[in-house]
Design a protein around this ligand. Structure first.
Ligand code: FES
Ligand SMILES: [Fe+2]
Length: 423
């Protein structure tokens, strides 16, 4: 047992059975290193949506924990995820965030790799002797699987298939993708920012309805009366949080918007009336107008996948752990592939309204995340509480179901954290 392993053998002290989290969980650099190995190198990690690599030769850069990776679609339409590290002396072979290419060539000494990562050519190969084995010097490939257009990769060759890892989550991914409004969901764009916080502060946040009326007061004030009412989910208490197993959870905020294909005859909300008219004028039949308009508003739930991605209302939030107290966040805006331009435009405006860098939502979130990290500088012996709502949970299919403001989703994530850290 290494020193670090010994130090973390008492996992109950870090996350106790009564749902209290030790301060060092956000602060200990040795613990962070262990997490990168035991969690991020051992499980399925989300890397991209299929619309980001739409054609043969399309690629994008992503990460699996701290490892930079390239997600690429090869000539046979197969998607590969490979570590962005030349097999010669480790330079990244690609620094372009996304694009199209026929191969990757390392800028240092010119080793060239095919789209499937195999080493194709290197300058002056004779200096390596006759028995140099090109086949064993391809880019390091990760196991890659997809569900519902979501591409995941893992360093763990022995892990269960992705579909089993997701389990009951699959149903929720299917529901979330209905916001294509009959068109395939497509990534419209993204922005990235860094927050001085531990990655688990973020892991907690997208399953946290309790903060909404407090942190997002400005957002609520910026809404029209009708929309504001829809977002009073803490008041109405109609929603819930469900542990979906393997650290995943869903937080249902607006039950009427769980299945976007239901109740399409309901009146169109005022804020979408102008869009609806524009679509009618473009010749879309009434039933399709209703479906598209409903989809534009996004789903009424947040789906949180352990360890790094959330599907929230109408966008993806992806976290990349950088160091024990620094996390990069990407907000990925979603739209409709081949859908009406007016609908995609409105999706972007709604995205900017909450998630954008000048939006009414995410900048306020980022402020409190930072304050959590700063607050943990004091009172080392005090615990962080994620026990809210533990008193009235009911059993669900894969785990407990709690009140909309319960910290059930955080407990799901921390239970998985503990399971993975103990292996
Ligand atoms: S480091 Fe890539 S070719 Fe030398
Ligand atoms: Fe928030």
């Amino acid at each position: 047992m290494s020193q670090a392993q010994m130090k973390f053998s008492d996992l109950d002290a870090l996350y106790s059975p009564d749902a209290k989290v030790a301060t060092s969980m956000y602060e200990d650099p040795d613990l962070f290193k262990e997490e990168m190995q035991r969690i991020f190198h051992n499980t399925w990690v989300w890397v991209a949506h299929q619309s980001e690599v739409p054609e043969k030769g399309s690629f994008k850069l992503s990460t699996v924990g701290q490892d930079p990776v390239i997600v690429v679609r090869d000539r046979k339409d197969q998607i590969h995820v490979m570590v962005n590290r030349c097999r010669h002396r480790a330079a990244t072979v690609c620094e372009v965030k996304k694009g199209k290419t026929s191969s990757f060539q390392c800028p240092y000494h010119g080793w060239g790799y095919a789209l499937d990562g195999s080493l194709r050519a290197l300058p002056y190969p004779e200096q390596y002797g006759d028995d140099f084995d090109k086949e064993s010097h391809g880019l390091r490939k990760l196991r890659t699987e997809s569900y519902g257009g979501m591409i995941f990769a893992t360093f763990n060759e022995d892990i269960e298939p992705l579909a089993d890892f997701l389990g009951p989550v699959k149903k929720w991914i299917d529901l979330f993708m209905k916001q294509g409004g009959g068109f395939p969901v497509k990534v419209l764009g993204e922005h990235q920012f860094s927050v001085p916080m531990n990655w688990k502060v973020q892991l907690e946040n997208t399953t946290d309805a309790y903060h909404f009326p407090v942190v997002h007061k400005s957002f609520l004030q910026s809404l029209d009366g009708q929309t504001n009412e829809i977002f009073q989910f803490l008041e109405t208490g109609k929603g819930c949080v469900e542990d979906l197993g393997n650290g995943h959870s869903v937080m249902v905020m607006i039950p009427e918007l769980v299945d976007l294909d239901e109740n399409l005859d309901d009146p169109i909300p005022d804020r979408f009336e102008e869009l609806a008219q524009e679509l009618r004028d473009e010749g879309y039949p009434d039933d399709q107008v209703r479906k598209i308009v409903r989809a534009v508003g996004g789903a009424g739930f947040n789906l949180n996948l352990f360890p790094n991605v959330s599907f929230s209302l109408s966008f993806f939030r992806v976290l990349t752990p950088i160091s024990v107290d620094k996390t990069d966040i990407r907000h990925i805006a979603l739209g409709m592939e081949g859908g009406p331009a007016a609908a995609n435009r409105m999706r972007l405006r709604l995205h900017e309204h909450f998630q954008g860098p000048m939006g009414f939502g995410s900048p306020d979130d980022a402020e409190v995340w930072e304050r959590v990290q700063r607050g943990t500088q004091g009172g080392e012996e005090l615990k962080i509480l994620v026990n809210r709502g533990i008193v009235d949970e009911t059993p669900g299919e894969a785990g407990p179901i709690g009140h909309i403001s319960a910290e059930t989703g955080m407990r799901a994530a921390y239970s998985m954290w503990k399971r993975m850290m103990s292996v």
